[in-house]
Each structure stands twice: as C-alpha cells, then as structure tokens.
Design a protein around this ligand. Sequence first.
Ligand code: SAH
Ligand code: SF4
Length: 391
Amino acid sequence: MTAGAQPRNGANLLDYDLEGLAAYCESLGEKRFRATQLFRWIQQRGARDFDDMSDLAKSLREKLKGSARIEGLQVISQQESADGTIKWLFDVANGDAVEAVFIPEDDRGTLCVSSQAGCAVGCRFCSTGHQGFSRNLTTGEIVAQLWFAEHFLRDRFKTQERVISNVVMMGMGEPLQNYSALVPALRVMLDDHGYGLSRRRVTVSTSGVVPMMDRLGGDCPVALAVSLHAPNDELRDNLVPLNRKYPLAELLDACNRYLEHAPRDFITFEYCMLDGVNDTPELARQLVALLRTHGGKGVSCKVNLIPFNPFPQSGLTRSPHSQVVAFAKILSDAGIVTTVRKTRGDDIDAACGQLAGDVKDRTGVEQRIAKQRTVVLKPMSMPPRAHAAKE
Ligand code: SAH
Ligand code: SF4
C-alpha cells in the first residue's frame, strides 16, 4: 500500500460517488469526464496509488498526489469459517471497529456491510444494539468495506471478474440513521463505472425509520428489508424501541409507499425468532392478519425468519427448530412466501446480530436495555411455551 505517500488531510476519494468526484475534478480545474476514468481506476481496479493510473494525464496525477488520497480501512482481523464465510474487523479509529462479512453461495456472493459504529436503536436481541452508539461511518468508510473485500477476493480467486454480486446493509448500525453517508455509498455500488450492482441486489435493511424510508424511495430506490420481529405494537415497542416513535401502522404505510418506487415488488420482512417471546402460533396468526389486511389491501411481502443468534448479555434464546417450522407453516399456508434463513459463519460469530466490533460500552446502554428487559418479561401477550407446544 502506498497511501503513506499521499497527503493525510487531502480529500479521500472513496468518499465520493461519481457525481461528487466530477465536482472534485472540476474544483481542480479538470474536465468532469476525467472523474469517470479516476472512479473506474479506484472502484473497478482497486487502485490505491495515482502513479498506477497510466492513462491519466501526468499533470492530473501530480495534482491528485498533492491534494487527494485513496484511503481504505485498516484490517484488524480476518476470520474464515469452514463454510467459506469470511469476516473482517476494520479499525475506524478511536477504539471503534466495524465488521463486514462475505457469504459465498453457488449463484451469488453477498457482502454484509456496516453503516455505523454501534447503533442507537438498541434492539434487545442485537449485540450491536447492546453496545450503544458510537458514530456514523462516512461514505468512504462504507464504500471501503466493499472496495477492500471485492479486490481482496479477486486476488484470492485470481479473477478479474466481479466476485461480490449482492450487498446487504445488514452489518452494524441502522443505515437509515446515517442517510447522508449511505446514499452516495449506494450510488457507488450501483454505478456502472463503480460496482455495477443491480438495484435488486443491493438491500437496505431498516428497523423502521419511516421518514427516511420515504426519502430513500425518492432518492435511490433499492431493495428494502424491514426488521419487524413482532406483529403488534406492545411487543415491538419492547423489542425494537424505535417502534415507539414509528409504530407498526405508520411503518407498514411507509412500506406501501416505498413499493411504488422499489425495484422489487415486495418488501422483505425480517423476523428474528426468540424462544417464548415472539415465536408462538398465535403471534404467527396475528402476523398473517396484519400483513394481509393492513390498510385494506395488506403489504406485498416476503417474510424471512431468522434463527436468533444468541450472545451472553441478551438473556434470550433461539426458538427451537420445530417452533420456527410451525411459525413458517402458518405464514406459508396463508399464502405468504416465507423462508428460514440459513445460519452461516456460525463458527466465527459472523451471523446477523453477532457483529460486535471492538466497541466499548460507553453509554450505559446495557443498563438501559436491562431495564427494558424487566418490563418485557412481565406477563403480556406471550403464551408460555407449554401452551405454544400444544398448538
Ligand atoms: N439496523 C438494521 C440493519 C442491521 S441489523 C436493521 O435492524 O434492520 C440486520 C438484521 O439482523 C436485522 O434484521 C436484525 O433484526 C437482525 N438481528 C439483529 N440481531 C440479531 C440476532 N442476535 N440474531 C439474529 N438476527 C439478528
Ligand atoms: Fe440497530 Fe439493527 Fe441492531 Fe436494532 S437490529 S440495534 S436497528 S443494528
């Protein structure tokens, strides 16, 4: 890496989508089209050094060397699972770290990308949420995860072909609470001069930041996953605290508005299966009723049931497989396409909600969540497991 030869305080070109890079080139007195060449060198060829960009005029290369840098993230660690999953931990300074996970499958390669160090939403079942919020990632830090992983994997597989075909914003953080950095990063992923990913293969996952769902639909519609986890407000308030601000009815209205722009004609609802908490047949039936009838016409959707990935502080356990199957059957029988997510990278803690980075608990969030838990565990609409087993 030759980044050391670049000015430390110059513009980091990973922070720009093509439009931003064109504006930057103009600010250097260069023609906008130069940006396309530069962008391709960086994103498609993984160049880190301006001297390697052989078809750029020497004068431009000199200007760039004096004013700009291409600075990725330092890798703290890389872990590989027996199933081919690779997890990287990246240093984002000041004791913070974020993770990205590559998941190879027969017909695709998916990268799970982080949007924040920590997360302010504080879902009970999520390890990132238990850390509290540290800070938003910059566009460059979001893009750098893909930039690094794609070029690392091309080297590893000795190919010039694209290895990562899908990106899911399902790593650490709530992407729609980092909107201004997210959108240019999505544009880099989608741009034909960047990674050229199809809008249908870039998925933003949100816990339900309603106003930003509307903005995303207008600014940069990509596939949308909404983390639902409960079919009624009482339960969802406790699992996903953001529900108190944007309750289910508003969230599902926003889903229907999003569908007017979405590249796919359905929303994916994620539902993390928590033993004895949200996994009973009664709640499955409530979920069917909600998704079928909301607003009169329901919501066009698929449901993805996620086996809970336990971590010690959560106080929660994974639903038994039989309970997941029974829940899925109720949804499928009602005509809702339902899948159960395969757990990947189990041996390296690379699954959803286990991404912990190296972030310290700096906000007392553990205590806050512990308090919430006390509230949740009082008797409410959660039938005891014995009752559930009879269904
Ligand atoms: N903040 C966004 C995206 C990151 S979380 C969101 O909440 O959608 C990505 C997915 O992992 C979400 O569906 C989330 O609910 C799920 N998840 C979080 N913790 C989990 C855990 N411990 N086990 C299984 N899934 C989890
Ligand atoms: Fe944040 Fe998503 Fe984790 Fe909830 S599930 S705490 S929104 S990262």
